[in-house]
Design a protein around this ligand. Structure first.
Ligand SMILES: C[S@@+](CC[C@H](N)C(=O)[O-])C[C@H]1O[C@@H](n2cnc3c(N)ncnc32)[C@H](O)[C@@H]1O
Length: 209
């Protein structure tokens, strides 16, 4: 109830994104897109940080990449990684239709591999892919993240399964264990200052010292 009320306060995001959110909710083969309050926190962070180079892990059909592009300084750019060809193809089409083909570059591939060979630095990372792999991605993310850069990790409370063992679905046990390792690591890592925010499916915001 409270969530519905808070969601209702989040402003609509323009015709293109509103339609993409609507279609994504209906289309079963699409992955879930960023929740409303999480998207609001994400763009608030982008407005504060004004990053020049953004890395997104988990493009789906391009909703959050386009949302971020709408909220970045003009000269900034985004690299977004997606392993599922069907999603990547739809995302490329959506990015083109939104007019951001010069600002957003999609790399199709498994993030664990792409992150290994990716170089340069980023001052903002939006992590929104397979939750069981976050811990595996972390060393490369930390290598790629500039000092003072922000790591925004979504879905870190995984539908309440981290806090309440009774909620854990049997086939998700490994993901829950790996996600707990990730949270413990980003909370205790000396190079990061992290805060967990229980909105949407749970967000962790980390700043690299
Ligand atoms: C929750 S959706 C991303 C939603 C998107 N960020 C948005 O809000 O519009 C997760 C996406 O990450 C992709 N994905 C999951 N694990 C991945 C990995 N290891 N490498 C690359 N893509 C991955 C999935 O195929 C899916 O499309």
């Amino acid at each position: 109830m409270e969530q519905e009320y808070l969601d209702s306060l989040v402003p609509q995001k323009g015709e293109f994104l509103t339609e993409l959110r609507r279609v994504s909710a209906l289309e079963e083969s699409y992955a879930p897109i960023v929740q409303k309050q999480t998207e609001q926190l994400l763009i608030t962070m982008l407005r504060l940080k004004k990053p020049r180079r953004v890395l997104e892990i988990g493009t789906a059909v391009g909703y959050s990449a386009i949302l971020m592009a709408d909220n970045l300084p003009e000269e900034s750019s985004i690299i977004t990684v997606e392993r599922y060809k069907k999603h990547a193809d739809i995302a490329v089409d959506n990015i083109f239709k939104a007019g951001y083909e010069g600002k957003i570059r999609l790399i199709e591939g498994e993030a664990a591999e792409v992150l290994h060979w990716l170089d340069g630095t980023f001052d903002f990372v939006f992590l929104d892919a397979a939750k069981g792999q976050y811990i595996e991605f972390l060393p490369d993310i930390l290598r790629l993240l500039e000092n003072g850069g922000v790591l925004f990790s979504d879905n870190i409370l995984f539908k309440g399964m981290l806090e309440d063992e009774d909620k854990v679905i049997r086939r998700k046990i490994t993901i829950v264990k790996r996600l707990k390792m990730y949270l413990e690591e980003i909370m205790s890592n000396e190079n990061l200052t992290t805060s967990i925010i229980p909105i949407g499916d749970g967000v962790a915001i980390s700043v690299k010292k």
